[in-house]
Ligand binder design. Sequence first.
Ligand code: 5AD
Ligand code: FES
Length: 362
Amino acid sequence: MQKIFSSILALESFEASDLKVLLNSEGEQKKALFEKANEIKQSIIGNKVFFRGIIEYSNVCQKDCFYCGIRKSNKKIKRYTVSDPEVIDAALFAFKNRYGSIVLQSGEMTSPAFVERIENLLRQIRLLTNGQLGVTLSMGEQSEETYQRWKNAGAHRYLLRIESSNRQLYAQMHPNDAMHNFDRRLDCLKLLKKLGYQVGTGVMIGLPGQTIDNLVEDLLFMKELDIDMCGMGPYLEHEDTPMYEKREMLDSQKQRFDLALKMVATLRLLMKDINIAATTALQAIDPLGREKALKCGANIIMPNITPAKYRTDYKLYENKPCTDEAADDCLSCLDVRISLTGNKVGYGQWGDSQHFKNKKHL
Ligand code: 5AD
Ligand code: FES
């Protein structure tokens, strides 16, 4: 028997078929889904939105993912690495402006020099902020030793998107070699968990060939992995990547955006106490994209605090917003924008995942 929509919204545990109904919702049903997600967010997490000031540390990458603008084979971009003093300045900017946390994100590199630079930066940031600034890393697949060293140096959260939990789709999006291996990525996520990081993952939504069933699998994957944080957004085509050839297969950007919001809302129903980011890719399609996500379940926002001179070169996808704004320009309007969503900025707080804290008490 088919369940009625309102009874699905009220479920405590969801089957694949329920999630599919939610992702397929339109009109009044979609509105009810968004309202329910917001209600759960407000009652379980509260009305706080937490900042993660993101520093796009380097666009040098040793990998060659077919969708990504900073892939190794893209010879059209100027490669950069932010200097150590500039990273420290950006971290101190975040600290002084009471952002609470930063994210250091980079193209993937595994050289000993890179690992050591990050380790040193983490130690310096911890020292200069008395360990009061939360630090998330997003630096791809690394060895257990590297993850451990970075953890010892002060990182406590790690983002590593699975991109798609479907092996076939994953294989279609990546070169077929040891460096782009699904199982290796999964192992990294498990390692990060074992080492005690708060672990975040995520997927791209609206990929060529991706079905609603694939997205249902993605949600169940996140539940199964028992993640603490999620960042996911619409796939955006980039002209200088191989996947651009498949653009004819894509839904419109508006449809991908809508589906991404439904993924955020459905994940909030499925995992009530995790942190969910309102991602920049949403904003690339709709100027109010992040605010819309904050109204249907998301509770994290990642203002870009990369030194302005590097921003245009960190183009993972086209139309990436905020590439010409200074960090403080963003801050002054962000507060207002967030208030308009019925939320308040959790200034100076880490805003750790409730889910992670709840697990610790078990
Ligand atoms: N469209 C949307 N998201 C992308 N990312 C990389 N390339 C694209 C793209 N073309 C995302 C990936 C990666 C994160 C840093 O950026 O999910 O994990
Ligand atoms: Fe850099 Fe995918 S292209 S990790």
